[in-house]
Design a protein around this ligand. Structure first.
Ligand code: C2E
Ligand code: MG
Ligand code: MG
Ligand code: MG
Length: 284
């Protein structure tokens, strides 16, 4: 080791760097094949009404189950899919799968639930977005009123005037627009009234310990009030404890999503939860 002297650090760091790069390329290659190999699955996390305690919706969340790697988090593969141009076909697959699933649940007599699908920046930027969506809705005969699209602040602010037009186009199909992870992006409040949103999702970083953390409590109260003044439905993300829940109920949050009620579930388990076959926390 001594003989390698000053070079040993460089040697190892290059080795590590090489490994990191080849691991990444590996992941990318596996990801490119994942769609045709049927390795993706859509999970569903319930959205629960604060007023009735009933499930009123579900967010579709993509899972990648790779035989070699196990479950890979969307936090890892979504940004890569976005970078390599896989997010368009993947996002379309998630949308179709979720809408078909929701239709299937209706056929089985479940109460109609709204289904929320995340849309990435690259998907949002595709040309003829509304036409693309309208073709899919028509093809699978899905009522646009039951679909919510979750977008984030940053993707809309790249080109606000074009974004407004795109959102209006989407809304002619009856779909609802949700602003996801609110408060974590640029948070320019002026765009809240510029863009035709229907739903505001408070990011879970503000929800965490709201019953104890005074700053989070004040921010969340202000966000709920602001959203209601703008006629938006407010959803709190990442509700994990009962005190968080009761705080949100006190301040009139509309809907709640979080591990307290349920983690995202495979379709069959979500179905059992929604039919009451599986137990789920009672809100009232
Ligand atoms: P998101 O849209 O903000 O989704 C909510 C995330 O919070 C999910 O993580 C969910 O599992 C997690 N979560 C829900 N309740 C709780 C809670 O009580 N505590 C904690 N700690 N976490 C909670 P997930 O499924 O890992 O997804 C992460 C992100 O990946 C999503 O954030 C979304 O931005 C993206 N994503 C997932 N599926 C898709 C997809 O089909 N398309 C696109 N474009 N993005 C997706
Ligand atoms: Mg989301
Ligand atoms: Mg979110
Ligand atoms: Mg998030």
């Amino acid at each position: 080791v001594k003989q390698m002297g000053g070079n040993s650090y460089e040697f190892y760091s290059r080795l590590i760097e090489k490994n990191v790069v080849s691991d990444y390329l590996d992941l990318e290659t596996d990801l490119r094949h994942a769609l045709e190999r049927n390795e993706f699955e859509v999970y569903y996390q319930p959205k629960v009404s604060c007023e009735t305690g009933k499930i009123v919706g579900a967010e579709a969340l993509c899972r990648w189950n790779n035989p070699k790697r196990g479950m890979v988090s969307p936090g890892i593969f979504v940004p890569i899919a976005e970078e390599i141009g896989l997010i368009e076909p993947l996002g379309e697959w998630v949308l179709r799968t979720a809408c078909k699933q929701a239709k299937d649940w209706q056929k089985k007599g479940l109460n109609p639930i709204k289904i929320a699908v995340n849309i990435s920046a690259r998907q949002f930027n595709q040309k003829n977005l509304a036409l693309w969506l309208s073709n899919i809705l028509e093809e699978i005969n899905f009522n646009g009123q039951l679909l919510e699209l979750e977008l984030t602040e940053s993707m809309l602010l790249e080109n606000p005037s074009i974004s407004v037009l795109k959102l209006r186009g989407l809304k002619t199909l009856g779909v609802k627009i949700a602003i996801d992870d609110f408060g974590t992006g640029y948070s320019s409040l002026s765009y809240l009234q510029q863009f035709p949103f229907d739903i505001l999702k408070i990011d879970r970083c503000f929800v965490k310990n709201i019953d104890q953390n005074v700053k989070n409590a004040e921010i969340t109260k202000a966000l709920i009030s602001l959203a209601h003044h703008l006629n938006l439905v407010v959803v709190a993300e990442g509700v994990e404890t009962k005190p968080e829940l009761s705080f949100l109920k006190t301040y009139n949050c509309d809907e709640i999503q979080g591990f307290l009620f349920s983690r995202p579930l495979p379709a069959s388990e979500f179905e059992r939860l929604a039919t009451g076959e599986l137990n789920f926390m009672n809100l009232t």
